[in-house]
Design a protein around this ligand. Sequence first.
Ligand SMILES: [Mg+2]
Length: 378
Amino acid sequence: MKITNIVATCLYSPEINENASDSAQDTVIVEIHTDEGITGIGEVDAPPSVIKSYIDMPSSHDISMSVKKVVVGENPLDIERIWKKLYFRTMMAGRRGIGVNVIGAIDMALWDLAGKHYGEPVWRLLGGSQKEYALPYASLPTLQDPDDVQEKLLKRQVSFARSRGFKAMKFEELVNSRDRDIESVSLARETAGKDMDLMLDAYYCWPDFRTASIAIRDLEKFKPYFVETPLQVDDMEGLSKLSRTSNVRIASGELLTTAHEFVDLIDRGGVDIAQPDIGRVGGLSEARRIADYAGLRGVQVIPHCWKTGISISASLHFCLATSNCPYFEFLVKELAPSYLRLKLLKREPEPIDGKIQPPKLPGLGIELNYDVVEECKR
Ligand SMILES: [Mg+2]
């Protein structure tokens, strides 16, 4: 079997609010075609038109090669060979950032393709499921409303996720304002109940270690499962001090690319939970390397994902196959404001009573709705 083409398609929801904290408003899907008629589908959470340009660009020289030239003609089942070859032959502009995001989307598509070829779900190709079912945590969309409706909306979201059987949920309303943050987390905990694992996303709201440390101490009593991105992404020193001194698990990593950056986050940043975004970090292959390394260091891996059902399915397969992955981020369709999250897939693994059983369908187990692709293509 040989790869014949890679096609990147940029999709945009009918309405885009560029100030919203919602990266599922657009996407780029990457399809890998073969001479045997099997197609693999991947996706990445990065600016769609930049990813498409990067995939379509011509070669410049031997380590600034055209992605298509590197990949077309390869056997798509040689996933690791293609990863390494791409990384090396594009390293002048790639190596981190967008170049690795592109490798991630291609890698995701290759795992989907391999599953379809072998007639097996991706989790099995990754070494088999480590658990009876995977636990998605409901990631609640940010509320951008005035204070008076905040309480009502927050209660409605938390209650909805609870009613769907989710065992955990994440809440992203911290704003670095002591009283308000204590009040909203208290309300979330009260509505969620004692048994729920409640995650908090600080979304980089604290300017430095000391501010974050004082704020987290105030929130400790609500027993958060973790506090995500408390400090700036590259503040390894601050993360390290926070992880050493805090009684709450510290999580970070959503924006990082490659296992190299996670080695730094784990060793120097000392985090308790590594949060690779499967597409962005370099695909399932790279996320697995991170999970293995994290496992050796006693660190949990809980993948970040704020995208369509393609990336969510990739996170699910990763979670099933990874023993140190207790949860994965899950954007609940009924709560998500994203048209693409709601409509892009005709079929995807769905939670029942807050759990997802290992899917039996080959590959990622998804089917695109090409009417929506046509509608949102630009
Ligand atoms: Mg986040």
